[in-house]
Design a protein around this ligand. Structure first.
Ligand code: RB5
Length: 150
């Protein structure tokens, strides 16, 4: 399946300005951005937004997803409940590159109360410019996916 150069973005209320900065950054790098909100700062539930973004990735509608909440942790947990999604929280670029290279992550979670804009964009660039290495990592990723059907 050839995946589109489209990235879905979502967050809870803690991350709206950062999410908007990320959308602009991605668009400037040529990605088509599907920002599914929310757009107001009213308190909202991160599981709903994590699930919504994850379903866009799992369906193949979007190649990658980037999701944000205060820590990145809760929205990551929600996204990983959707079959076919591999989402990691990163607070530095090395891990962001490695979850692509070794884990074939298709979603990235960030904590808006953890990282500032500059670091968030550096993490995203590392994630998006690193390819899955496959090889010895492919069967391990398949083992993760197999757990979903247990
Ligand atoms: C909201 O206060 C906060 O709990 C949420 O953004 C996130 O950090 C949860 O994991």
């Amino acid at each position: 399946m050839t995946l589109p150069d489209r990235i879905v973005l979502s967050s809870d209320h803690t991350a709206i300005p950062l999410r908007q900065a990320i959308a602009a950054h991605l668009a400037a790098r040529g990605w088509t951005v599907l920002d599914i909100g929310p757009t107001t700062a009213e308190s909202t539930d991160y599981p709903r937004h994590g699930e919504a973004a994850a379903r866009r990735v799992a369906s193949g509608d979007c190649r990658f997803g980037i999701v944000l909440c205060g820590t990145g942790q809760g929205i990551m947990m929600a996204a990983n409940k959707v079959k076919g999604v591999r989402c990691g929280v990163c607070a530095e670029p090395y891990s962001a590159a490695m979850i692509r290279a070794h884990n074939d992550a298709n979603m990235l979670a960030l904590g808006a109360r953890v990282v500032g804009e500059g670091l968030a964009l550096a993490i995203i660039d590392a994630f998006l410019t690193t390819d899955f290495e496959a090889g010895r990592h492919a069967p391990r990723v398949a083992m993760i996916q197999a757990l979903e059907s247990e």
